[in-house]
Design a protein around this ligand. Structure first.
Ligand code: DX5
Length: 232
């Protein structure tokens, strides 16, 4: 189990008037990736970015770009988000009637494949597909907005995926998204998360991106491998 927990800022909380700079600040702060929250106003009650934003960020930073598609018909946009420069495309299980077909179409674009689950969706829906995906994203808020409260009733789901992946010797990552800050990050990592997405705790008025990323990283640094496996 690699020890480094990945941290990805969500640009939904960034200052859009200087998005490129904000992405560079995150890259300079040593994050492992940047998550782009794509919303269509249908699957979630908010409207955000298209592939054009990914393309612009690709020209600005070299860091891993993670396109989280919170849209009704992801299979229609996989190609555009891959060509725009995404390193990973995450779709929601709730909108994929034929998940293997969608996963295959992402894989064909030579980018990493991720599947996200809303809080109300049971973990077992992914049992048959865990060996087809690089990343399970556990939503710890109902998707649509930044700044919401972390739902700790999702910790069991993180623990479930950690057990499943370990028992089946699968190397996929478990990314947690929603309400992550220096008090909830240790809970998520303690439950078995290997990656964290954070918006309002990284992009805010109370500290620089570098300072906020360092705070988050410090909050989980005491959780060594041993502690993490003991906590489970
Ligand atoms: C919500 C998004 C999250 C959100 C995270 O639908 O998927 O990535 O922007 O923001 P915080 O960390 O503030 O909950």
């Amino acid at each position: 189990m690699s020890s480094r927990i990945t941290i990805e800022p969500s640009i939904l909380s960034a200052d859009f008037s200087r998005l490129g700079e904000q992405a560079k600040e995150a890259q300079d702060a040593g994050v492992e990736g940047i998550q782009i929250d794509v919303m269509d106003g249908h699957f979630v009650p908010n409207l955000t970015f298209g592939p054009g934003i990914v393309k612009a960020l690709r020209q600005t930073v070299s860091v891993f770009l993670d396109s989280h598609l919170m849209i009704d018909n992801p299979q229609s946009f996989v190609g555009e988000f891959a060509r725009a420069g995404s390193n990973r495309i995450i779709v929601h299980q709730e909108v994929c009637r034929d998940l293997p077909v969608v996963l295959h179409s992402i894989r064909q674009m030579k980018v990493e494949v991720g599947v996200a689950l809303n809080p109300a969706t049971s973990a077992v829906v992914l049992d048959k597909f865990l060996d087809m995906i690089d990343c399970v994203q556990v939503m710890t808020v109902n998707p649509g907005f930044a700044g919401q409260r972390f739902m700790d009733n999702q910790l069991n789901k993180i623990e479930y995926f950690r057990r499943e992946l370990d028992q089946r010797h699968l190397s996929g990552s478990i990314v947690v998204d929603g309400g992550i800050d220096s008090s909830t990050a240790p809970l998520a990592v303690g439950a078995g998360a290997s990656g964290l997405v954070a918006g309002s705790s990284i992009y805010n008025q109370s500290g620089s991106v570098a300072h906020n990323v360092a705070l988050l990283r410090k909050s989980i640094s005491s959780l060594s491998n041993t502690t993490r496996s003991m906590l489970r």
